[in-house]
Structures are given as C-alpha cells and as structure tokens.
Ligand binder design. Structure first.
Ligand SMILES: Cc1cc2nc3c(=O)[nH]c(=O)nc-3n(C[C@H](O)[C@H](O)[C@H](O)COP(=O)(O)OP(=O)(O)OC[C@H]3O[C@@H](n4cnc5c(N)ncnc54)[C@H](O)[C@@H]3O)c2cc1C
Length: 378
C-alpha cells in the first residue's frame, strides 16, 4: 500500500518504520520545519519497549536511558508511604526512561534507515477519499494518491478536526504539569512521588547523571507561564515540601529549562478510521501522563496497525480489527491515568492520613492488576 503518515512525532515515526517493514511505501509529512522536541524526559514502560523492540531499536533505547523497576511514594515532607514494585516486563525491562531528544533521534534514524522521507514544514491541505483511494493535496504543492492516510498529528490533530469537527476536542483537566531535567541524586533509582495537598512532585531517573522532575498543580485553562518567572512560580508551588523535593526546589536555577504543559484528555469513540483516513496516537486518545503510557499507546498503535493491515479480509475489516484491538487498551490507560489524577488532587489536610493508609493497603495490588493487563500483548 501507498501510505501517508501525518506527523513525525513518536507514533508517526514508529508507524513509518513498522509499515516499511511490512513492505508498504510510506511518505511522512510534519508541520515543524525541522526535527525538534522539547528537552525533558520520557518514560517507556515495558509495553512501549516491546513496540520499540519490534521496530529494532530496543538496544539503542536501553543504551540511551535508565532502566528501573519500582516506584516509591512519600508524603510532602519525605516520609515514606509505600513501595510499589512494577509488574511490567520480564522479557524487557519494566521501564526505561530517556530524554525525549534521544527517543526522537532514535526513531528518526530508524525511519531514515528504511528510506522513509519526512517532508518537514509540510501539512495536508485537502483530502478527497473516493472509496478506492485518497487524493491528498500537500502544502508543498504535491498532489498524491494514497491507499491510506494514518494521522499521528498529536493532541490538537487537524486530521481529527477534518474528520469529526470539534466533537472530540481535547478536554482540559484543570491541572498542568511542570517538568525540568536535573542532576540525578544517587538515591533516585526508580520513580519517586511526593504527594502534597494540591501539588504532587515526582522524580524519574533518565541516565547515570540526570533525572527529570515533574510537578502537577491546578491551573486555570489557557494559563501561560512566562519563561522569565517560571522558576519563581515553580518554587512557590513547591513551597510546602521538605525532604528531596524541598532540597531540589531550593537548588532550582532561573535559567534551567522548564517546560509547562496542560493536562488534557482526548477520546474519540470508534471508528478512528473514516473510510481510508484515520487518526491514531494522541490525536485519537491523548491521556493524562500519570501512567507514562501516552507514547506507549501511540507506539503500540503504530505496530498493531502494521500487523492488522497484513491480516485477512477487506481493508475495512482490517481497520476495524485494528480499532477493536486498540480501543479497550487505550480506554484502560485513559481511565486509570485520569483516576490517579483525580484521586491525588482530592487529597486535603482532613483526608490525607486516610488516603495514605489506603495507598499502603491497596496501591501495590491495584498497580499489579493494571501492570498484568498491560503486560499482555498489545
Ligand atoms: C506532561 C506530559 C508527560 C508525558 N510523559 C510521558 C511519558 O513519560 N511516557 C509516555 O509514554 N508518554 C508521555 N506523555 C505522552 C506522550 O508525549 C504522547 O502520548 C505522545 O507524544 C503521543 O505521540 P503521537 O505521535 O501521537 O503525538 P506527538 O508525539 O505529539 O506527535 C505529533 C506530531 O505531529 C506533528 N503535527 C501536528 N500537527 C500537524 C499537522 N497538521 N500536519 C503535520 N504534522 C503535524 C507535530 O509537530 C508532532 O511532531 C506525556 C505527555 C505529557 C503532556
């Protein structure tokens, strides 16, 4: 098939490789003028790592990142609440976290090594699906006919809007997350989460030298945090914290590279493919980052799409098979991620002791249940 992949992000680059490996002819268009991503970290849980293995880049990912197999939860002053071993992995590490730049470089090189050409600074201007193929007009003046258009064009997907209007626009959660890459203290060898009231601080190791910090706080929709005041605002948000987060807060520098992102969900009900044009990854199912599974879901979409296109039946039946495999899994991730966000942000001074007792009692088993589901094939 002649396939157009829209978006050279995590899912789009992986899809280009997975589709090429099954003999399809792939073009990619990307709105950005060059390959560029913001400079923070990203965790890849075992199911993401399996998708990355299937396109041949697992060794590079592991060499570039830091693998770990547990999370620890603390209160805002650094008192330990509960240790949660990961139930993911077995044939791959439970988690490998790395910088987004490295992940992108590796995915881009994998696509390039398969002779995939990414047209940067290019968008789709028009699509006309006549049932037998799709005529696509690109902003660089090309007109091409494709058998399939697979759009991984992210949470604000123009393809989604083209297919369903505003029906599945991103819904803001009321919370945002701050991230910054920092030196890794020796004790950060897994996820560490410090739960305060209306603020959660976490650390994830990225390499022998680095980790990233994430801080979740409530914020009005559409808020903009100017670069010049980000460090001061973040210090203020972390004001009540002691222990490791308190020490890190006191060492934050004004010129560190802070990234602020709103947390929003997208969930387009099936079908994701309307005729021969479909959306995948964040475009179809962006979720809160609490399980570090968003990119994993996009990577799995990429690999499962390529597998399903090789399956039996008409193209329509193969696309329906893809959707049927993917929907329950992304729904689980979205529901659990959103549930964690809602639960942690409902903690207040009155219910804090009960909330921590419940975490001690239930979190390891709850995590094990979700991990067991995600450890099943995508
Ligand atoms: C705070 C935060 C932390 C996160 N942490 C993690 C984590 O630790 N682990 C994890 O797995 N996930 C994490 N995620 C989620 C993860 O980043 C996304 O789920 C993932 O990037 C989705 O991949 P994608 O390919 O669908 O979209 P993207 O990676 O967003 O790629 C979309 C691409 O499409 C391009 N594009 C946009 N519009 C157009 C257009 N009109 N035409 C052409 N190209 C276009 C964009 O420029 C971009 O390159 C996190 C998300 C947030 C917000």
């Amino acid at each position: 098939m002649h396939v157009l992949v829209v978006g050279a992000g995590i899912g789009g680059l992986a899809a280009a490789s997975a589709l090429r490996d099954r003999g399809h002819d792939v073009d990619v268009v990307e709105i950005k003028p060059t390959m560029s991503v913001y400079g923070v970290g990203i965790n890849q849980p075992a199911n993401s790592l399996r998708a990355l293995r299937s396109i041949g880049v697992l060794d590079q990912i592991q060499a570039a990142g830091f693998s770990y197999d547990h999370s620890d939860f603390y209160d805002h002053l650094g008192e330990h609440v509960v240790h949660v071993p990961s139930g993911l992995g077995g044939d791959v590490p439970a988690n490998t976290a790395l910088s987004r730049g490295e992940l992108h470089r590796i995915l881009g090189a994998a696509a390039e090594s398969r002779d995939v050409k990414v047209a940067y600074g290019t968008v789709v201007e028009d699509v006309a699906d006549d049932g037998e193929g799709v005529d696509v007009t690109l902003s660089d003046g090309r007109r091409e006919r494709y058998d399939l258009v697979a759009a991984f064009d992210g949470i604000s997907s123009a393809t989604r809007r083209r297919l369903v209007g505003n029906e599945a626009d991103a819904v803001y959660s009321g919370f945002g997350v701050w991230r910054v890459t920092l030196p890794r203290p020796d004790e950060v060898t897994g996820v560490r989460v410090y739960q305060g009231v209306g603020c959660k601080v976490g650390f994830i190791p990225l390499s022998q030298r680095t980790m990233y910090m994430f801080v979740v706080t409530p914020d009005p929709e559409g808020v903009k945090h100017p670069k010049a005041t980000m460090a001061a605002t973040l210090r203020a948000r972390m004001a009540g914290f002691g222990g490791l987060p308190g020490a890190v807060r006191d060492g934050l520098r004004d010129d560190d590279d802070y990234v602020y992102s709103p947390i929003s969900d997208v969930l387009l009900p099936l079908p994701w493919f309307r005729g021969r044009v479909g959306i995948l990854g964040d475009a179809a199912h962006a979720c809160a980052p609490h399980m570090t599974q968003g990119a994993g879901m996009a990577l799995e979409d990429a690999v499962v799409l390529a597998e399903c296109l090789d399956g039996p039946g008409s193209l329509d039946e193969r696309l329906r098979a893809f959707e049927a495999r993917r929907y329950p899994r992304v729904r689980l991730v979205q529901d659990v991620s959103h549930g964690i966000l809602a639960t942690e942000m409902a903690i207040d001074d009155d219910n804090r002791a009960a909330a921590f007792a419940a975490m001690r009692e239930h979190l390891p088993a709850q995590s094990a249940g979700v991990d067991a589901a995600l450890n099943q094939p995508a």
